[in-house]
Design a protein around this ligand. Sequence first.
Ligand SMILES: Nc1nc(=O)c2c([nH]1)NC[C@@H]1CN(c3ccc(C(=O)N[C@@H](CCC(=O)O)C(=O)O)cc3)CN21
Ligand SMILES: O=c1ccn([C@H]2C[C@H](O)[C@@H](COP(=O)(O)O)O2)c(=O)[nH]1
Length: 275
Amino acid sequence: MTAQSIDTPYEDLLADVLENGTLTTDRTGTGTYSVFGRQIRYNLAEYFPLVTTKRVHFKSAALELIWFLNGDSNVKWLQERGVRIWNEWADEDGELGPVYGVQWRSWPAPNGESIDQISQVMESLAQNPGSRRHIVSAWNPGQIDEMALPACHAMFQFHVQPEEDGPGKLSCQLYQRSADMFLGVPFNIAEYSLLTMMMAQQLGYNPGEFVWTGGDVHIYTNHVDQAREQLARKPYPYPQLRFRRKPKDLFSYELEDFEVIDYQHHPTISAPVAV
Ligand SMILES: Nc1nc(=O)c2c([nH]1)NC[C@@H]1CN(c3ccc(C(=O)N[C@@H](CCC(=O)O)C(=O)O)cc3)CN21
Ligand SMILES: O=c1ccn([C@H]2C[C@H](O)[C@@H](COP(=O)(O)O)O2)c(=O)[nH]1
């Protein structure tokens, strides 16, 4: 693959926000350049979209995804594995309230039972691939007030495209209501791409596309220099993702099951996170 043919939807969007973003005051008091309503897509059949124009810590992203799938809402599990990205939002016991993992695995139903949305969507993808209802929502209006941070990656949908000579291609579209382009989004792209590939492996589908849709897409004012530095870099071809084994179900993956092959990347660029 030549440098000219590398897809760079993330970098293109970063440039778009720098160019077209409006200076906006935000909850954290930092200030952002913000646009509203954007979409990017990656072809998971060809590569794994780990951004190459800076180092993205795949290990942290993969562990955060496993933590969501565990249904966890306490940062201790992450901290024990060296992942500190949620520390600022946790209370003294490490609790975040009913955030992503809780809504994914045990959404409280009106009858007092709880709904495992992930297991239900796996079931519907296996039994009824043509359905247009393969949806998981982390946005639970009844519990927003109890969450340390209301879900940013708020809802996602899967889709199976039939293939003539194959099992079908599994795609995922995420709606992210609020998107920190410099720190959060490279993680979010890696996580949902990985989730889609794990689900494809479990269900016997081929990977299709990851489609990312953003609501308030922003660059914090104290990330502008970092974003410019990143955009001055030449992208590398993306790595590939391979599974070392096929775990017995979607909830049994461990970090060691993922192998990121040929991840060529530019150096880390540090930036402060807005709390
Ligand atoms: N303002 C803001 N942006 C976010 O992206 C964000 C939040 N808040 N709050 C909740 C979570 C926490 N997230 C975070 C928090 C920190 C990093 C971060 O500091 N990343 C560094 C180092 C990561 C590492 O090595 O583990 C990076 O360079 O990507 C990333 C995502 C994503 N979310
Ligand atoms: O996975 C995540 C989690 C959070 N973010 C960002 C988006 C915003 O910059 C903040 C959340 O602030 P709100 O005031 O609740 O919108 O966190 C992200 O990009 N990705």
